[in-house]
Ligand binder design. Structure first.
Ligand SMILES: [Zn+2]
Length: 420
């Protein structure tokens, strides 16, 4: 079957992190701890300052199943600090040089959680040329997966400036929408200013859209905010990271500035709070676009309440595929509201599909497969046209399309040029 999709769009992604993974030292296939002595670094952006950085090792894939130690790294890399993140992102394997530079003591060379996250912040940044390499690697990865349009959730002033420069040189093979993430109300005015500043250098390919914050957590860690307890009993309903008075400020200030608000909302109660608040604020005369990121559980009443608002839900069917094994157990009575793409489509609430790379690979096929599989787990069959819901909704945003045949990308035309 031949499919021609205009403006194939990944509507929720982390651009630079995807490039960092693509261009950096990947350890996902490391066959044993000892194999670090054979890693190849040519052509990779593996150094931050003098630090060798890599990610993806997992001792469960090794014959020994044993956690690695700093002694091995000291032997192989005696001369510079080494910092290797585990696949789950919660632990790092480091050498003595790194511990010394960080002012930490550890007999094993394993840093976890807070020690790891704080240390990660202290490693010198990538240089501009490395970031350029990472962006090029990310473009290649998205293009090979058929995508011509992405919506990035993790912009910075530095990244925007670099993208402008790369577009001028003709190096950019993606249309990119940018959003700035923030975590505190104190930071809101700064990110609003950044987006407004970026808007002055918008171009054919680059669009600065708005700001993003996290309202709740995730279903996997049972921190997404639900209206019923996890597992159907007990007192864990998940949690929110904000109080509603502060969110009201965010909506008002962002919409007054003419920008979009994007909110990470996974649980049904989290989405309900955001939609209820958007209605309240709209009734006071503040109007703007609200993007619900993920929207993995939605009650029918919440969907109905979206109708008069400018809401778009950005969903990742591939996440369903990764989570399906425990969804029924965790959600219990709320399971009937999970991944409600069909209910949203029927209510004519705009949806866009994406992949959340690098958390999941950027793949149209993974989403297509998940949408086809989901009825097997009692999720209503999606009857919309995936070519429409996976395409960028603005038909004036470059002349681009992707041709797919027999589950393979056959041709990618970006901005009237064939790039694949
Ligand atoms: Zn994300």
């Amino acid at each position: 079957m031949l499919l021609k999709i205009p403006r194939l769009y990944d509507s929720h992604t982390h651009f630079l992190a995807t490039g960092e993974f693509a261009a950096g030292l990947s350890l996902f296939d490391l066959p044993s701890a000892e194999a670090v002595q054979d890693i190849k670094l040519e052509g990779k952006t593996a150094f931050r300052g003098g630090w060798l950085v890599g990610f993806g090792w997992d001792e469960n894939k090794w014959a020994s199943k044993a956690l690695p130690s700093k002694d091995l790294l000291d032997k192989v890399f005696p001369n510079h600090p080494v910092y290797l993140c585990r696949a789950d992102g919660h632990t790092a394997w480091v050498n003595s040089k790194a511990l010394q530079a960080l002012g930490l003591q550890s007999a094993t060379g394993l840093l976890s959680e807070k020690d790891h996250l704080q240390s990660w912040e202290k490693i010198p940044p990538y240089q501009k040329e490395q970031q350029r390499q990472q962006i090029l690697a990310a473009c290649k990865l998205y293009n090979e997966a058929g995508f011509t349009h992405i919506r990035d959730m993790s912009c910075t002033d530095e990244l925007w400036a670099l993208l402008v420069e790369m577009e001028e040189k003709g190096e950019l093979t993606l249309a990119v929408e940018e959003n700035y993430t923030f975590h505190e109300l104190n930071d809101l005015d700064r990110v609003i200013q950044s987006v407004q500043q970026a808007r002055k250098s918008e171009s054919k390919l680059l669009r600065a859209k708005g700001v993003k914050f996290f309202y709740d957590g995730s279903l996997g860690s049972e921190t997404a905010l639900l209206s019923k307890p996890y597992g159907g009993h007990g007192d864990n309903f998940g949690k929110t990271l904000w109080n509603l008075a502060d969110v009201e400020e965010i909506f008002k200030r962002t919409w007054i500035a003419g920008l979009e608000v994007s909110v990470h909302t996974i649980g049904d109660e989290a989405a309900h709070h955001m939609v209820q608040l958007a209605r309240k604020v709209s009734a006071q005369g503040f109007v703007g676009r609200l993007n619900l990121e993920h929207a993995q559980v939605l009650r029918p009443e919440t969907i109905q309440m979206m109708k008069p608002l400018h809401v778009r839900c950005h969903m990742q069917p591939c996440h369903w595929q990764s989570d399906r094994k425990w969804l029924k157990q965790k959600l219990h009575g709320l399971y009937k509201y999970v991944f409600p793409w069909e209910a949203l489509k029927n209510a004519q609430i705009p949806i866009s599909f994406g992949c959340d790379s690098p958390i999941e690979p950027s793949s149209f096929f993974a989403n297509k497969y998940a949408l086809e599989e989901s009825p097997k787990d009692d999720i209503k069959k999606f009857t919309g046209d995936i070519a429409v819901f996976h395409g960028h909704p603005d038909s004036t945003y470059t002349n681009s399309w992707t041709v797919i045949e027999d589950n393979q990308i056959k041709e990618v035309i970006f901005n009237e040029k064939r790039i694949l």
